[in-house]
Design a protein. Structure first.
Length: 192
């Protein structure tokens, strides 16, 4: 299965190196694009459009697809699923530590993207009101997260939640338990 990964704020696609290696060993084709600008200064809808262009340009229309998003990247991926038509071709969405109901830490940096991540933003309200269709959704969080506050804002109604007790927000995408769980759930998806 093709697995496209969307990185977080100021990260690059290299953030997913360990996860991509693990999933590649299991037979998946991993894509780890770096979406620019990495601070989302033009807004998260802009990054969602760039993610859509990446998928259209690099993955066959008939190929089974899964998305992994970390933090800001999970917001971008969810927007692509709901507003960019991605839900029609995506089988599973793995959301790692995303502030779906906003986080106060987004007030510490200027720009459109961080405004999108603030509690009560128009962007987040739109995501909350939208539908993920038939996409199977998984969320991952750590109770010790100091970037996404409170950590429970990572939840999506109807998603299967996994709590991984790591001490840093940035350690979740590279955690072996997260990689193993994603690989297991990908193996359980229908192949056709």
């Amino acid at each position: 299965m093709d697995v496209v990964m969307a990185h977080g704020f100021w990260d690059t696609g290299r953030l997913f190196r360990r996860l991509a290696e693990h999933l590649t060993e299991k037979g998946h084709t991993c894509h780890t694009p770096t979406l620019e600008p990495r601070d989302g200064r033009h807004g998260l809808a802009d990054l969602s459009a760039k993610l859509s262009l990446y998928v259209e340009g690099n993955i066959d229309d008939e190929a089974p697809l899964a998305l992994v998003g970390f933090s800001m990247g999970a917001l971008v991926a969810r927007h692509y699923l709901q507003e960019g038509g991605g839900a029609t071709r995506t089988r599973a969405f793995f959301s790692i530590a995303a502030p779906f109901r906003g986080t106060p830490t987004a007030y510490f940096y200027p720009g459109h993207g961080t405004r999108d991540m603030r509690p009560g933003s128009h962007f987040l309200s739109g995501l909350g009101a939208g539908s993920l269709g038939n996409v199977t959704v998984f969320t991952y969080r750590t109770p010790y997260d100091l970037m996404v506050v409170p950590a429970s804002t990572t939840r999506i109604a109807g998603a299967k939640e996994t709590i991984v007790p790591v001490f840093l927000h940035s350690h979740l995408p590279g955690d072996t338990r997260v990689a193993e769980h994603i690989a297991l759930e990908l193996a359980r998806l229908p192949s056709g």
